[in-house]
Design a protein around this ligand. Structure first.
Ligand code: ATP
Ligand code: MG
Length: 431
């Protein structure tokens, strides 16, 4: 199935809005086994929309547009397309009712302009918008009018706001697509998430074990992110699922402790789950990450079961007052030192009453470095029932990446510790 995506919106051309639909829709489609051949973004100008849609209808089997279904004067997609395919706009009573109900439910007066969203091209399938007012639309278009060899081309129009588009696509459009355009071949794709390995190291580690599977049609993808590498195994053939499962069976023991999860798992999600499984608690003391570690942990639903909280001890004063670092330690070793990191972790563990405490201190830069401790130097310490361990790393990045990488290393230190304890207890945490 040849699929094209057209994102409309002048704000995309102005750089005011990041075109997240492009990435999100491609991801959804490829995960479901479909390939996107082309993606175009255009401004909200009738001539541009008309030309782009015309070209896509001449090539693709399915054309998906986003944006421009709303009630304002810059929302032109529905109108331009209705005219282009020759379907007059008609008011749909059921849609009008839905829109009025939507406002009534929120005890708001419906402005007269919203009525325009109830006008839909004749013959279009209406996809109700459960999170807004403008419905999505699916139309069957005669491709030959646009120079296509296909008699039937599908045109799908989705609303612009992500919180409307995403559930509509996932819950309504994708099921429709699977039925209207089933995959020619079974498709399976699984992702394993690793941390602590670079992408070439990951490849060197796993590729030799998969040579024969690749010859049989297995595709391996490596996707490097901040502090993580995703390994993606995919196949499109009759035995796709068996091939992918066999690949995983072989690489999981090789990856060993580098592997922390699957698919959409995050490192913080894995850590929270491991703590929850063990009924253990965590506290933090953060200097240079400024609370990012706590932020990431508290992004995980259910974090309150295990996360006690912590302190952002950015200044020396608060390192002393809140985590009980000794003045002598600061004087002798400085704030960015293993000794300070250890005392921060131990102080946080004791004062905040947690089973584990993570502490971070480092130099984000661009200023503040020295020869002995250049910009990027970080110490992370973990205090636990068996003692305190610390690592030194050297993270030379912009401030934001620095914080992310450093928080990642802290999470990883804790994850490794729990794996270690679990292995000693004879049970490896599940992935
Ligand atoms: P509305 O009824 O809100 O006007 P609409 O269907 O007309 O919806 P647009 O006006 O094109 O959609 O976009 C509404 C908002 O959705 C934009 O201001 C933008 O914030 C967001 N949006 C639109 N297109 C994209 C995109 N490609 N990626 C991310 N966000 C987008
Ligand atoms: Mg709009």
């Amino acid at each position: 199935v040849s699929i094209e995506i057209i994102n409309t919106g002048s704000e995309l051309m102005l750089g005011r809005v990041l075109n997240t639909h492009q990435q999100w829709l491609c991801r959804q489609l490829t995960d479901a086994g479909y390939a996107v051949d082309r993606q175009t973004a255009v401004a909200d100008r009738p001539a541009d929309i008309r030309q782009t849609v015309t070209e896509a209808l001449g090539r693709a089997a399915v054309v998906i547009t986003t944006g421009g279904l709303g009630p304002t004067t810059d929302d032109l997609t529905r109108e331009v397309i209705a005219e282009l395919v020759g379907s007059p706009l008609r008011e749909d009573p059921a849609t009008l009712q839905r829109i009025q109900d939507w406002f009534a439910l929120r005890k708001r007066q419906a402005p007269p302009s919203v009525r325009i969203q109830a006008t839909v091209p004749e013959g279009a399938v209406i996809v109700a918008n459960r999170n807004g007012t403008a419905p999505g639309l699916i139309m069957e278009v005669d491709g030959s009018r646009f120079g296509s060899t296909r008699a039937k081309v599908w045109l799908v129009m989705l609303p612009g706001p992500p919180r409307e588009l995403r559930p509509m696509f996932r819950d309504q459009v994708l099921p429709w697509l699977k039925e209207a355009h089933p995959l020619a071949q079974p498709y399976t794709a699984h992702t394993l998430k690793t941390t602590g390995l670079g992408e070439s190291a990951a490849q060197e580690l796993i590729a030799p074990a998969l040579v024969d599977l690749v010859q049989q049609g297995l595709e391996i993808g490596y996707c490097a992110r901040t502090g993580e590498v995703d390994l993606r195994f995919a196949a499109r053939q009759t035995n796709a699922a068996a091939l992918v499962v066999e690949a995983e069976r072989r690489v999981i023991p090789i990856l060993d402790q580098y592997l922390f999860g699957r698919e959409e798992d995050s490192l913080e999600g894995t850590v929270v789950r491991m703590l929850t499984d063990r009924k253990a608690t965590l506290a933090v003391a953060e200097s240079c990450t400024g609370g990012l570690l706590a932020h990431r942990i508290t992004n995980v639903p259910g974090a309150s079961e295990v996360f006690k909280g912590g302190a952002i001890t950015y200044s020396n004063e608060l390192k002393l007052r809140l985590t009980g670092v000794k003045p002598e330690t600061l004087a002798a070793h400085g704030a960015v030192s293993e000794a300070t990191a250890r005392e921060m972790a131990e102080g946080a563990r004791e004062r905040f009453g947690a089973d584990y405490a993570l502490a971070i201190t480092g130099i984000a830069g661009p200023g503040g470095g020295s020869e002995a401790k250049p910009v990027g130097t970080v110490f992370v310490a973990l205090a636990h029932g068996g003692g305190t361990e610390a690592i030194r790393s050297f993270n030379t990045y912009d401030r934001e990446t620095f914080k992310n990488v450093t928080a990642q290393q802290a999470l990883e230190l804790l994850r490794r510790r729990i794996c270690h304890e679990a292995a000693a207890g004879g049970s490896l945490p599940r992935v």
